[in-house]
Write a protein that binds this ligand. Structure first.
Ligand code: NAD
Length: 498
């Protein structure tokens, strides 16, 4: 059995806790490796290594730090095939999707390559008589990121790409379900010329997370995962005086107005609802067709598309999606399907009976469609995170705007229409953080920022872009003058610019 170790100070660090987690191949359902689960002792070793390495890295000029990022990007691109195959083998998403996972992370690395420009700071000449003011952004020191299973390459790169480029040392605590790619990223950062101790990977579960939240040397924690844990991490981390951003779950709606291009809608909805087996925080698991005609047409066409949808193993290039991440998660999705039926939703297509020949023990679940879902249902209110699409019928535009706005989650939303006026009104009124207009998965590009509203995000700053730079730095403002002679002002009165 292969053991996956921590990566600390540029080398593998064997776990000493004696605790391990199983890493499955979701295609076969078999355990393919075990991952060391850290205790506070191993976490502390990583933090000490990071704290020792960080001052020299922060003192390295930003252009040199950027050069490491350029080289890291080159190395990751050169190993794209290897990384995508490894990612798919532990996560279950198809190879093309794994490549997208790595690529979207690399786009944040590209942003980080421009860090000398972004870090330039501000300067005011002559703010007072002989007074100039300048501000600079300085790194926090040691910072940590805790990431979910569903984007094991992209989300770590969202975080460490920027955190490291601005001069911090980073502790990554990736999901214990698919930990291998994060370790490879740590190794490639070292190969790219990153100093040992600047990017450390510590595996673990709640024990490791709690150790991060309690460690006095960790100044900021970025978390992405489910909402209850995000809220816990936010509360515990801030109570310990840390800066925390914690992104949570989602239940994104796709609103379809009667004038929408139905060919585009159906094509986009199929990918956004079922792609990656629905295990995306920006998936579209709810569609809201406005008007009966729109709803009936959508339902009929989605059913027809589901019939041709191909579910297969993650390395099958013809497969549109693969297995979900674990047996427990598959069971959870199946339980939600049963609940939806009990709650009175109409189960149009039931994916629970799906089985793939030769892979009967894999964690597969077929595409599932519910119609006539209503807002009182638990299956509507909660995140299912599987290949389950729910149709919630609306009569009017106002009703359709209200649905995502009133939902407990507010990550993403999409609107399909040919009306610019309706689109503008929708974008302005809807209570959701990321809006797509005729775009099903509106994940902003790396130089914009990513973040939801309501229970989809705790804390004030978004991921990546300039907000990421702000999160991982603190501002220092210097007010200076060089007086001549010995004309001294009164030191007892607060200086003003009157
Ligand atoms: P998760 O909340 O189970 O795990 C996230 C991280 O928290 C992992 O590193 C895990 O080890 C750790 N963790 C698990 N249980 C913990 C506990 N009790 N205490 C402290 N830490 C704990 O999430 P997941 O299943 O890995 O990922 C899926 C979830 O992440 C979904 O809810 C999805 O919507 C969300 N997600 C959100 C975004 C976003 O940006 N908003 C992006 C991707 C995924």
């Amino acid at each position: 059995m292969r053991d996956i170790q921590h990566f600390v100070s540029g080398a593998a660090l064997a776990g000493t806790s004696g605790r391990f987690g199983d890493v499955f191949d979701p295609n076969t359902g078999e355990v393919q490796a075990r991952v060391a689960l850290a205790t506070p002792v191993e976490l502390d070793a990583a933090v000490q290594a990071a704290a020792a390495a960080q001052p020299a890295w922060a003192a390295t000029n930003p252009q040199r730090r950027a050069r490491v990022m350029f080289e890291f990007k080159r190395l990751v691109e050169a190993r794209m095939d290897e990384l995508a195959a490894l990612l798919s083998s532990e996560h279950g998403k198809v190879i093309a999707d794994s490549r997208g996972d790595v690529q979207r992370g690399l786009e944040v690395i590209e942003f980080a390559c421009g860090i000398p420009h972004v870090l330039k700071g501000e300067y005011t000449e002559g703010a007072g008589p002989g007074i100039d003011i300048y501000s600079m952004r300085q790194p926090l020191g040691v910072v940590a990121g805790i990431t979910p299973f569903n984007f094991p390459a992209m989300i770590p790169m969202w975080m460490f790409g920027i955190a490291i480029a601005v001069g911090n040392a980073f502790i990554l605590k990736p999901s214990e379900k698919d930990p291998s790619v994060p370790v490879r990223l740590g190794e490639l950062f070292l190969e790219a010329g990153g100093p040992a101790g600047i990017l450390n990977v510590v595996h673990g579960d709640k024990v490791a997370v709690d150790a991060i939240l309690a460690h006095p040397l960790i100044k900021a924690v970025s978390f992405v995962g489910s909402s209850d844990i995000a809220q816990y991490v936010y509360a515990a981390g801030t109570a310990n005086g840390k800066r925390v951003q914690a992104m949570g779950g989602a239940k994104n709606h796709g609103v379809i107005l009667p004038d929408a291009d139905m060919d585009q809608v159906v094509n986009d909805i199929m990918g956004a609802a079922f792609g990656s087996a629905g295990e995306r925080c920006m998936a579209l698991p709810v569609v809201v067709p406005v008007g009966r005609k729109t709803a009936d047409e959508l339902r009929e066409r989605v059913v027809a598309e589901i019939e041709t949808l191909k579910v297969g193993i993650s390395s099958d290039p013809a497969a549109q999606y693969g297995p979900v991440v674990s047996a427990a998660h598959r069971q959870k999705i199946a339980d939600y399907i049963a609940l939806g039926k009990d709650e009175g939703a109409e189960l149009v297509v039931d994916g629970r009976g799906f089985s793939l020949q030769g892979y009967e023990k894999g964690f597969f679940i077929g595409p599932t469609l519910f119609d006539n879902v209503t807002t009182g249902m638990k299956t509507y209110q909660e995140e299912i995170f599987g290949p389950v699409l729910q149709i919630v019928r609306a009569e009017t535009f106002d009703e359709a705007v209200a649905l995502p706005s009133r939902h407990q989650y507010g990550n993403g939303v999409a609107l399909y229409t040919r009306s610019g006026r309706a689109a503008r009104e929708f974008a302005q009124r809807v209570e959701v953080g990321m809006v797509g207009i005729n775009v099903p998965i509106p994940v902003p590009v790396a130089y914009h920022t990513f973040g939801g509203w309501k229970r989809s995000a705790f804390g004030d700053t978004n991921q990546h872009g300039v907000e990421g730079v702000k999160f991982y730095t603190k501002v220092k403002t210097v007010t200076q003058r060089w007086p001549e002679g010995d004309a001294h002002d009164s030191a007892f009165i607060i200086p003003t610019m009157k």
